[in-house]
Design a protein around this ligand. Structure first.
Ligand SMILES: Cc1cc2nc3c(=O)[nH]c(=O)nc-3n(C[C@H](O)[C@H](O)[C@H](O)COP(=O)(O)OP(=O)(O)OC[C@H]3O[C@@H](n4cnc5c(N)ncnc54)[C@H](O)[C@@H]3O)c2cc1C
Length: 492
């Protein structure tokens, strides 16, 4: 392996075969692949090691794999809904069919367990989908489970290979010479620097979940919030645009209803909400139910479509926020969010076991009646909200729900005090960014690859209309992290 060199005498501060921008899911796969193919790689990460919260660390750590590349390609193509060329879905499925083996080799300590399947079992090829997660040893350990286990294992593979990571190094601009991307301008604690890439730059710096302007311009409603890494601020989108990249999927997110609260430092952060155990109702701002909430409770990945509806007569989004009602049984049953994932999982916030601290913070609004809880939360028509919950309770008694909720989810809200939390459309991540081809090459607005530039992960993710299943994001990041680097080394 040719080592990373410092300084070249031509204005460059460091040089490597492959420069990987962003040390998360896709970045670690890219750097490991470069090393294992005999090349040097340099990982640039804008966060500090002590506060490094790539979304992979905050995640559930489920990785979608395929047991059959052909069938898997058919399934991914069906989920893409025409938004992704078939060749791209095919390349992903082929790599996903080898992903389990790759993970077993690179991170054997995970002891992966089969935990999930396809989200659209009715689609062709769905039987090929298998979601894996770190085994029971990790899952039942509140200190190290889920995405933290997965990232720790990948980080350990990075360390074992002596791959250099430049912390606190934010990539700002790509450097182009003679039409080819040859390096990156970065901002480090010591000031600006220039890093040369002999074979290619791979952008793996996440989506634009925390860039308000980009979200307002591109997403289908505003505001939409996220519960992943606050460091994912669309830097890769800007850098790619700057060198002529085409963009795709800019209006798409992996989404559902989420909570959005200010942390101690005043910075707001998204939280996944755990509606189960059952005993939940969602209403709009006027206290009316609008959808079957079961998919949201089951953590499916499309409930946000219900929330972004625009009422042109009123000139507003009547479900932004929407309001989650539950009774004191749910409050006592445990935290309203997952403590092994998201902001709590990485120590940004410590959620109380009985939700008392969050009530005291004013995040959860209460009342001795549903009407009073609704009024406390700021619902425009608290009387309508009380009527809505009473109607839902009546449906629970007959076993028939007006929105078709399954019988086992029909648990009435009847034990005071009652509670209400505003929720927003949002989710784990955006999927838009630079368009890429089946070899991970970023393409320009004419469909031509931009020499020297590659991307992987949620920055321009190759998924389309529907989320194929638990583990899709990480699968894409790990597969295309490998694919992009292999292409860079073949071509560079
Ligand atoms: C709570 C939660 C649960 C989830 N559960 C799952 C799950 O179970 N399965 C699944 O598939 N997906 C899940 N996801 C989504 C998944 O974690 C992400 O989509 C995935 O991690 C994306 O990988 P990535 O490499 O593109 O980005 P990340 O893993 O976020 O890594 C991006 C890195 O780039 C860095 N960076 C950003 N800008 C720059 C810059 N200018 N210069 C240098 N570095 C930069 C960031 O700080 C970060 O470290 C979940 C997400 C969350 C938040």
């Amino acid at each position: 392996m040719s080592a990373v060199a410092s300084g070249t005498g031509q204005g460059w501060d460091e040089v490597a075969d492959v420069v990987v921008v962003g040390y998360g899911a896709a970045g670690s796969a890219a750097a490991i692949t470069a090393h294992d193919r005999g090349a040097s790689a340099l990982l640039l990460e804008k966060q500090d090691p002590a506060a490094h919260t790539p979304s992979i660390r905050m995640s559930g750590g489920i990785v979608l794999c395929m047991n059959d590349a052909e069938a898997g390609a058919r399934y991914l193509d069906a989920c893409a809904g025409g938004l992704v060329p078939e060749a791209v879905s095919r390349a992903w499925a082929a790599r996903a069919a080898r992903l389990r083996g790759w993970l077993d080799e690179v991170a054997p300590q995970l002891g992966l367990a089969h935990v999930a399947g396809p989200e659209r079992p009715q689609f062709p090829g769905a039987d090929a989908v298998e979601g894996y997660q770190a085994g029971a040893r990790f899952r039942h350990d509140p200190e190290s489970g889920m995405g933290r286990a997965l990232f720790a294992a990948l980080a350990s593979a990075v360390e074992k290979r002596d791959l250099p990571v430049r912390w606190h190094t934010a990539a700002r601009r790509l450097v182009v010479e003679d039409g080819r991307v040859v390096g990156v301008e970065v901002e480090q604690s010591g000031g600006p620097a220039k890093i040369r890439a002999r074979k290619g730059v791979v952008l793996t710096c996440g989506g634009y979940e925390f860039d308000d302007r980009m979200k307002a311009e591109f997403l289908p409603a505003h505001p939409i919030y996220f519960y992943g890494n606050p460091g994912n601020t669309g830097d890769g989108v800007r850098m790619a645009q700057d060198v002529g990249a085409d963009l795709w999927h800019m209006n798409r997110v992996v989404g559902r209803a989420i909570a959005w609260f200010p942390l101690d430092d005043g910075r707001p952060q998204g939280f996944m909400v755990q509606m189960d155990p059952p005993g939940y109702v969602l209403t709009d701002r006027y206290g009316h139910r609008f959808a079957n909430e079961h998919g949201q409770a089951q953590l499916l990945h499309d409930f946000y479509h219900h929330l972004t509806v625009f009422d042109s007569d009123r000139g507003e989004h009547p479900r932004m926020p929407c309001y989650w009602f539950f009774d004191d049984r749910r409050r006592r049953a445990g935290p309203l969010t997952w403590t092994q994932m998201g902001a709590v999982g990485v120590g940004m916030y410590d959620w109380s076991p009985d939700n008392r601290a969050e009530i005291d913070r004013g995040w959860i609004h209460g009342g001795d009646t549903v009407e009073n809880a609704a009024a406390a939360a700021g619902i425009a028509d608290p009387v309508a909200a009380a009527r809505t919950v009473a109607d839902y309770n009546a449906g629970c008694a007959t076993g028939v729900d007006a929105f078709g909720r399954p019988f086992e989810s029909l648990v009435p809200l009847e034990e005071p005090p009652f509670w209400c939390v505003p929720l927003w459309p949002g989710g784990s991540n955006t999927t838009g960014g630079p368009r890429r081809d089946e070899r991970g090459r970023v393409v320009d607005v004419y469909g031509e690859p931009i020499p020297g530039l590659y991307a992987a992960g949620e920055l321009g993710q190759v998924s389309g209309m529907l989320y194929p299943g638990d583990g899709t994001n990480l699968s894409e990041a790990l597969c295309f992290g490998q694919i992009a680097v292999e292409t860079a080394l073949d071509e560079g």
